[in-house]
Write a protein that binds this ligand. Sequence first.
Ligand SMILES: O=C[C@H](O)COP(=O)(O)O
Length: 229
Amino acid sequence: MQLLVSPSSIEEAKSSLSADIIDVKKPSEGSLGANFPWIIRGIKEIAGKKPVSAAIGDNEYKPGTAALSAYGAAHAGADYIKVGLMFDGEDRAREVIEAVTTAVKHEFPEKYVVIAAYADFARMGTISPLAIGSLVADAGADVAMIDTGIKDGKSLFEFMDEETLIRFVGQNQDLGLQTALAGSLKFEDLDALKRINPEIIGVRGMVCGGDRSTTVRAELVEKAMLMLR
Ligand SMILES: O=C[C@H](O)COP(=O)(O)O
């Protein structure tokens, strides 16, 4: 299980360097808020061989806009391009997933496309994460992800139980996809996450000391890495 940590600045990225994947985002612009291309590029420069991920926003149904954002993030140096689906409808999701995957893979076949839907989809009226697996696989994207859309402290586990998440991981594996799980995860959740065993877990609040609007702390990233090994 790889640990993905989401810094919002170059300074925070320096505190995140012991993580497996450095995920650039702008939390003030949403759960999967996109940061500036120069921040992605700057973090890529200090990340060395560590893979860099970039969130491109909690996208509404705008395939062209999402594709161009994904292309921009790939050009800025991201190895993983993370796309949130903040709308409803499987046909519309298929269109956006195909658009972003084509935008990235045409020029950068080696890069990973991560498609995220939200555990709290019911309260937002957006697509269920349980509906995206085949769409992600059909488009040739790589990772199906669940995060929480509204960051009010309610965690992934308040919306989805262990059994459902194990099923999600299994379905993705059958489709040849990796799974990423996130959403106000806490150190106390790590045992359950080990049992669920996704390829990637994503955190910010946990390594900020509980409040994701503060800053990433290097010692908490190291603690999480130790607990996962
Ligand atoms: O990709 C992961 C997210 O940044 C998770 O953030 P969070 O742990 O504060 O919910």
